[in-house]
Design a protein around this ligand. Structure first.
Ligand SMILES: Nc1ncnc2c1ncn2[C@@H]1O[C@H](COP(=O)(O)OP(=O)(O)O)[C@@H](O)[C@H]1O
Ligand SMILES: [Mg+2]
Length: 309
């Protein structure tokens, strides 16, 4: 079942003015029940706008979406969503526990469950010893933890997190990742926005890549990173011009870098074919090394190809 279903969502800010900005362009995607889904993209790609459209903080210019089986805007469905906004701010004279109390009241949590739930969430995010400290004394990392506790205080079925690990130190990030994995184990669906690819790679079941409001890739991390592997081949000798032409004609991507050939190839058979061609041309192979693409490599590759168009 789709927990989020978006169908050709477009958002244009200031449509009539000179400063019209197309933040989202015909974005369609599905988030499945029980998965951790990452929406990735450079700053300004439209990630936050998409979340705001889902939560009706911003109205889409066109397109439709459903969340938890209801059209967006349905308040019963929204009550089952937890949301951590980007750069969230709470009144800084409140303590961490007071923030959670406030949000649990807003969410309609019965008062006899309230204190137990607040204690539980503070413990979950490792903030129990700071519950009486005012927010204004919190570090960025502590603010993110309280924000996460806030997003979870009403026991939501879907958790939407906008840059959850922003400003958090490496250990804190690991703890947040583990927390998200535990949420998934409990059957929750997690939708997160991030520009931190190396982290997303570690926990997301599926990811979508957004650039300038357009969806450019969607799939599992494995699907997106193993299509092309890069091999570096060290050779002795001069590369004949015919071989270059042959590669160009057959769309084999090879270029020279620091005296090595760098080839982006789909599989081992393609690598061996290139090696055979090199040896038939009288070159000697000195070394062959494989570099599997990380999500970050793939991302930079895809975005720079887009920019070049
Ligand atoms: N309220 C707004 N008015 C005008 N432009 C906006 C507004 N909010 C966002 N934008 C623009 O929309 C684009 C997408 O922004 P955003 O969704 O915040 O991107 P991201 O979260 O991926 O960094 C950017 O060009 C941004 O400047
Ligand atoms: Mg954003």
């Amino acid at each position: 079942m789709s927990i989020i279903h978006a169908d050709r969502i477009t958002k244009v800010f200031n449509p009539r003015g000179k400063g019209a900005v197309t933040a989202l362009s015909e974005l369609s995607l599905d988030v499945r029940e029980g998965e951790i889904f990452g929406l990735l993209g450079p700053n300004g790609a439209g990630k936050t706008t998409f979340i705001k459209v889902l939560l009706e903080i911003v109205a889409a210019t066109s397109g439709t979406a459903q969340m938890l089986g209801a059209p967006i805007g349905n308040s019963a469905a929204k009550a089952r969503v937890g949301y951590l906004p980007e750069n969230h701010k709470y009144p800084d004279f409140l303590t961490g526990a007071q923030v959670l109390r406030y949000f649990s009241k807003l969410g309609g949590l019965p008062s006899d469950q309230r204190e137990q739930r607040i204690t539980d969430r503070l413990r979950l995010v490792g903030m129990e010893q700071w519950h009486k400290t005012k927010i204004r004394k919190y570090s960025k990392g502590m603010m993110q933890r309280i924000g996460l506790a806030q997003a979870l205080v009403n026991d939501p079925q879907l958790v939407i997190l906008d840059e959850p690990t922003d400003g958090v130190d490496p250990l804190g990030r690991k703890e947040i990742r583990d927390m998200l994995l535990r949420l998934r184990d409990q059957g929750k669906t997690v939708f997160l926005n991030s520009h931190l690819l190396s982290e997303v790679e570690l926990i997301c079941d599926r990811v979508a890549i957004l650039n300038k409001g357009r969806l450019i890739r969607i799939g599992t991390v494995k699907e997106l990173t193993t299509q092309e592997n890069t091999y570096r081949i060290g050779v002795e000798g001069t590369l004949p011009a015919e071989l270059r032409l042959q590669w160009e004609a057959t769309r084999v991507s090879v270029h020279e870098e620091n005296g090595e050939l760098v080839c982006a190839l789909p599989d081992l058979a393609a690598l061996n074919a290139v090696i055979d061609q090199l040896r038939s041309a009288g070159l000697l192979i000195r070394s062959v090394a494989e570099k599997r693409q990380s999500l970050e490599d793939m991302f930079i590759d895809v975005i720079s190809r887009e920019e070049a168009q």
